[in-house]
Ligand binder design. Structure first.
Ligand code: PMP
Length: 376
């Protein structure tokens, strides 16, 4: 059942949890829109049942593998994941009777690790510093395990185009419909590139002038590759952001369709995620903070009549021990300067009515009478 079909009759009971994937809300960011003077909306993917955009691709990739005969009943789903795709796959597997084996980099947050296990996935933690071609890396281990384990299927979110197709068929049409075709700018974190590329392909088919801005991390090769068409090894170094940027060129990133990449740093992304919680009441993840940081960097190019959509990939509860933990933030040196205080709302004070002459005469009389003890 496709995501679009799932949502055709939302008042009836859903056949199972997978039926609730997609059709996440588009939410106006009132405080941020006020601040920059342009309407800004967030596509909040934490409303998916697995609390991230990866639910969409997990369901789509598994059903495509089933249709193509790459996945047999009782088989094992294998994926290299920074956590979210693994969790969504484990959720799909729970409903469809598969096993799940996820290789993760050691920088994964504790919450994501525990969530994977809670959903029944088997997890192998791989050294985060291992280069992709290193046999110890989480990419290489996923490939090796898929060769060792009979009746297993490596879904390969980086290169298998089912990833971006899922967003072409769901996220793109949803944003188009929810903005009534008014979206002018789409900002999205780029990891595998599936979310940004699939969504952008649909939006640009509907209106070729929609601007698509990818958010990349410092320590990732994507922005430089987009600008030079060359892979720069010296761009790679470790960072604390999760899910944003890459040390490989993923097949799911359509560099032609992305107009521009903006880099977001670890610290500013963390502070922006905290700002979103405190100003908009939305607890979203670290990469969502990176997207807001990216917006601040390119907002000078926007016009008041533009309509900006930010994609917030996942839920903030996955980062309680990181960006929402003051001790972690302090240890990283991210709280050296005081955090931005919320600007007071610019609601005008109610106009003070001046008392009439009669009211002033009565008040004066009352004061005189009170001082002369004439009043009871
Ligand atoms: N944010 C988070 C938290 C993620 O886990 C990912 C996926 N790695 C992304 C953003 C980027 O999404 P995509 O892989 O579709 O580019």
């Amino acid at each position: 059942m496709s995501i679009q079909e799932n949502q055709s009759s939302p008042l009836r009971p859903f056949p199972n949890v997978l039926g609730t994937i997609g059709w996440t809300p588009l939410i106006h960011l009132a405080s941020i829109s006020d601040e920059i003077g342009i309407p800004v909306y967030a596509k909040v993917e934490a409303y998916n049942p697995g609390h991230s955009a990866k639910d969409r691709i997990a369901l789509y990739m598994v059903e495509k593998a089933e249709r193509e005969g790459r996945l047999q009943p009782g088989g094992t789903l294998i994926e290299a994941s920074s956590g979210n795709t693994g969790y969504s796959l484990a959720m799909v597997a729970a409903l469809k009777g598969y096993k799940t084996l996820i290789t993760v980099p050691s920088k994964i947050s504790k919450e994501k690790l525990n969530l994977l296990k809670a959903m029944g996935a088997e997890v192998e933690i791989c050294p985060k510093e291992a280069a992709p071609e290193d046999p110890r890396s989480y990419y290489s281990r996923a490939v090796a395990l898929s060769k060792e384990i009979p009746n297993s299927c490596y879904l390969d979110q980086n290169h298998h185009l089912a990833n971006s197709e899922a967003h072409y068929h769901s996220t793109g049409p949803e944003i188009w419909e929810q903005t009534e075709g008014k979206v002018t700018h789409f900002l999205c974190a780029s990891g595998t590139g599936g979310t940004i590329s699939g969504t952008a392909r649909y939006l640009k088919e509907m209106n070729p002038s929609v601007k698509v801005i990818g958010i990349d991390a410092y320590g990732s090769v994507l922005k430089k590759y987009h600008e030079t068409n060359e892979f720069h090894q010296d761009e790679i170094y470790s960072n604390t952001l999760e899910g944003v940027g890459k040390s490989i060129i993923p097949g799911n990133t359509d560099f032609q369709i992305i107009d521009e990449y903006v880099k977001a740093a670890d610290r500013e992304s963390a502070l922006c995620a905290r700002q979103i919680a405190r100003e908009e009441g939305l607890l979203v993840g670290y990469s969502s903070g990176a997207v807001l940081a990216g917006l601040y960097k390119m907002m000078d190019t926007l016009q008041p009549e533009d309509c900006v959509v930010l994609l917030f990939s996942d839920h903030g509860s996955r980062y309680l021990s990181k960006i929402f933990d003051d001790d972690w933030m302090t240890a990283q040196g991210f709280l050296d300067q005081p955090e931005k205080k919320r600007a007071p709302r610019t609601t005008p004070e109610p106009a003070v009515q001046k008392p009439s002459i009669r009211e002033r005469v009565v008040a004066t009389f009352r004061e005189l009478a009170a001082s002369a003890n004439l009043l009871p």
